[in-house]
Design a protein around this ligand. Structure first.
Ligand SMILES: NC(=O)c1ccc[n+]([C@@H]2O[C@H](COP(=O)([O-])OP(=O)(O)OC[C@H]3O[C@@H](n4cnc5c(N)ncnc54)[C@H](OP(=O)(O)O)[C@@H]3O)[C@@H](O)[C@H]2O)c1
Length: 197
């Protein structure tokens, strides 16, 4: 069981552009579907870092309120009533007081209080931090982020929502290419020291 930040990113390290759009992600061709909201059984022929393989190991989910609202906007843009697309126990972190949504719990506070709930709910499987980057950073601040799994798109955006706004050393475990995506799995080593020169 691991706590994993799995996301798509631009080459210059943004997970959403400065209008919170993911059009650049959906315009990238590849075998992987990193934004895949449809639970699927992993095909044994899939490459190791395919999103479906990652998702098959997920037991619980956490994301920030902006990510949740993006998902809600995206899934209701054709007038469809909103249904949270994941069946795994899911938490949304926010200081706001949203109306209840079936299938999600809202949480406000220190992620060290949330992490044991996520681990219990995952029941031996992985905890997926969907985003954003600062939320993943909050877990990393307390040594609770084990891995970073990215599907990098060959696009530069110049500005947007940062991938992981911390100084952290990672150790690359594996790299694959899926069409135009570069899939990379890293272990988190720990804080990267500043060395004055
Ligand atoms: N490329 C991808 O695959 C991918 C993946 C995930 C997300 N995204 C996109 O990236 C963007 C992420 O947005 P974002 O960077 O703003 O991050 P976010 O994590 O979705 O939302 C951040 C907000 O969550 C709340 N929050 C964070 N930590 C909290 C805590 N410990 N307790 C209570 N509330 C807390 C705060 O909002 P309040 O104080 O207002 O409650 C904070 O401003 C979205 O547009 C999303 O669609 C892309």
């Amino acid at each position: 069981m691991a706590t994993i930040f799995c996301t798509a990113t631009s080459l210059d390290g943004y997970i959403a552009d400065d209008e919170e759009s993911l059009s650049w992600l959906f315009a990238t061709s590849g075998d992987a579907d990193p934004a895949g909201y449809t639970p699927t059984e992993p095909d044994p022929s899939l490459p190791d870092l395919h999103f479906d393989r990652f998702y098959a190991g997920v037991g619980s989910i956490v994301c920030g309120i902006n990510t949740f609202e993006w998902v809600r906007r995206d899934l209701t843009k054709d007038g469809t009533p909103f249904v949270w697309p994941y069946t795994e126990p899911s938490w949304i972190v926010t200081h706001r007081d949203p109306a209840p949504v079936e299938g999600v719990e809202f949480f406000s506070g220190d992620v060290t209080d949330l992490h044991p709930l996520l681990v219990d709910a995952a029941d031996g499987k992985d905890v997926w931090i969907v985003g954003g980057g600062d939320l993943a950073g909050q877990f990393a601040d307390h040594g609770l982020l084990d891995q970073v799994w990215v599907h990098q798109c060959p696009v530069v955006l110049g500005s947007g929502r940062p991938l992981l706004p911390r100084r952290l050393r990672l150790h690359r475990q594996k790299i694959e290419t899926h069409g135009q995506f570069t899939a990379m799995l890293f272990d988190v080593v720990g804080p990267e020291p500043r060395v004055s020169t």
